[in-house]
Every structure is written in C-alpha cells, then in structure tokens.
Design a protein around this ligand. Structure first.
Ligand code: ATM
Length: 297
C-alpha cells in the first residue's frame, strides 16, 4: 500500500513504483511543455512562480521559473534569497491529477474504485481523495454543506467549497503531486463551476475566480466527466433509499443547469475534459475512462 493521506478522511492509497528524481522537470502545458531544464525545484500544475505563502511555508529550498522571468527582478525584495518551493520528480515520475466529475448518480464512486487498481497496476502510486473532504478540515466542511438542517446562502456555499478545496490542495494535493504521486480526485473545481456557478446561478466566471485563489491555479491533468441525463441520475439516486442531502433536495432545473454547465466545460476544454457516456454498465464506463487516460498512463 502506498500513501494514505489525511487519516480518517476518506482517502485511499495504492502503492506503485513511482520513484523520485529531483533536479529535472518538464513543465506541463502551454508554451513550456516539452522543454527540459536543470533546476532545483519548480512548481507543478499551478502558476509557474511561487505564491506568497510558499515563500514562508513551502518545504525545501529551490527556485521557480517562468519563460521570460528567469532574470532576477531588481524590484523583488527576495531576489537572491533561496525560495522554498515544491520538489518535483522528472517527467517520468511526475505526479498526475485526475478528476472525476458529474451529477450525483452518474457513477463516480464506482468508477473510482475501478480506476484505482487499473492505474496502480501500471506502476503509478495513486491515492483516491474526494471533495469536499480528503483532509480533516475539509471533511468538517463537507458535513456542514451537506446538512439539510443548515441555512447556507449561495455565496457562502461557494466559499465553503472553495475553502475546503484550498485546504485539500495545500495539505494533500500539492505534496502528493510534488512527490510524483497520482491523485484520483472525486470532484474538483469543475463541480463548483457547475453547481455554484450554474446551478446556483452565481456565474461561472465569478466562481472560477474564487477558486483560482483557493487552488493557486492548480489544474487537473485530465477530467473525466460522467455524462448522464439528470432524469436518469435522479432515478438512480432515488433507488438508493438514503435521505437526500441539502443539495440533492434541489429541483430538477437545478440539475439541468449543472448538466448543461458540464457540457459547456467539456466543449470549452476538450483536451482536458473528456466526456464519458455514463448511461452504460460500470465496465463500459471504466473501459471508456481508461481509454481517455491512455496517453497519460
Ligand atoms: P458527493 O455527493 O459527490 O460526494 O458531493 C457532495 C455534494 O456537494 C454533491 N451534491 N449533490 N448533489 C455536489 C456538491 N458539490 C458542490 O455543490 N460544489 C462543489 O464544489 C463540490 C466539490 C461538491
């Protein structure tokens, strides 16, 4: 067994063969993809330069790089000072963040259970985490936001999800990814964009902005959207025989807006977001999901 993050927090870890080779990193995405530098440490996934709090609390000593910003900025009060940053592995051992999205009843948990051993068997050390949750403080937020007896306004709700996410990123995601681990995450920022941005009608861009702040810009390497018409999802969750939580009590139009938002997110970013037909059997969903991850595996 590999890493277990946030004990008592719903995290599951499976061991793999991910070693770590410090000193070489191939940044992902955009203009920097494909290039190789010899540096001590750089950030993974987020904006190339360290965030302020990392300058105080980040582990280790390193440097951050960004094309066109390699030379020390004479106005930078910290120039010449070693900057704590994130240790990362080589391209071969770099961590990956895979998120699973969809409305309740789409089969996220079943898919995650199937993906875990499949990813692990390919030699990756993979942990399963969920949102909201995954670490203690975020699990407490989860109890709060799901409680049907709680009065929570739309903005409060968006901020609570973002707060839980910020803690998960700092306490679990960043350390795991920096250590070359894979993380399978049941919901991430797209959930907030769909549920709070569209479902609650706060606006996708407004919700995106608070989440940029919460995550420091951390992005999923791949997102599996389990696409299921809301009426089928409702039939499935109704059959579970469990009392509906605060969000599940919402009316059909709420979930239709969420479904439409996921669809728009997929169309806007088809490379990252992969649409998986969730109407089929679990084995079909797993096969389609593995195909959607094949270039990363
Ligand atoms: P799960 O039931 O999938 O674990 O998610 C918890 C609920 O929180 C889920 N409710 N329903 N229906 C979706 C909702 N949620 C949001 O509204 N925004 C978010 O950012 C996240 C992560 C979850």
């Amino acid at each position: 067994m590999g890493a277990r993050v946030g004990s008592g927090s719903g995290a599951v870890g499976l061991g793999g063969a991910a070693g770590q080779e410090l000193g070489r990193h191939r940044p992902r995405g955009g203009a920097l993809a494909g290039a190789t530098w010899t540096v001590e440490q750089v950030r993974v996934g987020g904006p190339p330069l360290g965030r302020e709090r990392r300058l105080e609390h980040g582990p280790g000593v390193g440097m951050a790089i960004e094309r066109g910003k390699h030379a020390p900025d004479p106005r930078d009060p910290l120039r010449g000072v070693a900057r704590p940053g994130r240790a990362v592995g080589s391209a071969a051992t770099m961590g990956r963040l895979i998120t699973i999205e969809g409305i309740d009843g789409a089969g996220k948990s079943t898919l995650a259970e199937g993906l875990l051993p499949a990813i692990s068997s390919r030699g990756h050390d993979v942990s399963l985490l969920r949102e909201p949750g995954g670490v203690r403080a975020a699990e407490r937020v989860r109890e709060l936001v799901k409680d049907p007896g709680m009065t929570i306004g739309a903005r409060t709700e968006a901020l609570l999800y973002a707060a839980a996410r910020a803690q998960l990123v700092e306490e679990a995601l960043e350390p795991l990814l920096a250590d070359g681990k894979w993380v399978l995450l049941d919901r991430f920022v797209d959930s907030s964009l769909a549920y709070q941005g569209a479902g609650r009608e706060l606006g996708v861009e407004a919700v995106r902005a608070i989440n940029e702040f919460a995550t420091g810009g951390l992005r999923a390497d791949r997102t599996l959207w389990l696409a299921l018409p809301p009426d089928i999802a409702r039939e499935r969750t109704g059959g579970r025989g469990q009392p509906a939580d605060r969000l599940e009590r919402e009316e059909a139009t709420f979930f239709e807006r969420i479904h439409a938002a996921y669809d728009a997110l997929w169309r806007a970013e088809p490379e990252r977001v992969r649409r998986i037909d969730a109407t089929g059997a679990p084995e079909q969903v797993l096969t389609a999901s593995l195909a959607a991850l094949s270039d990363l595996l």
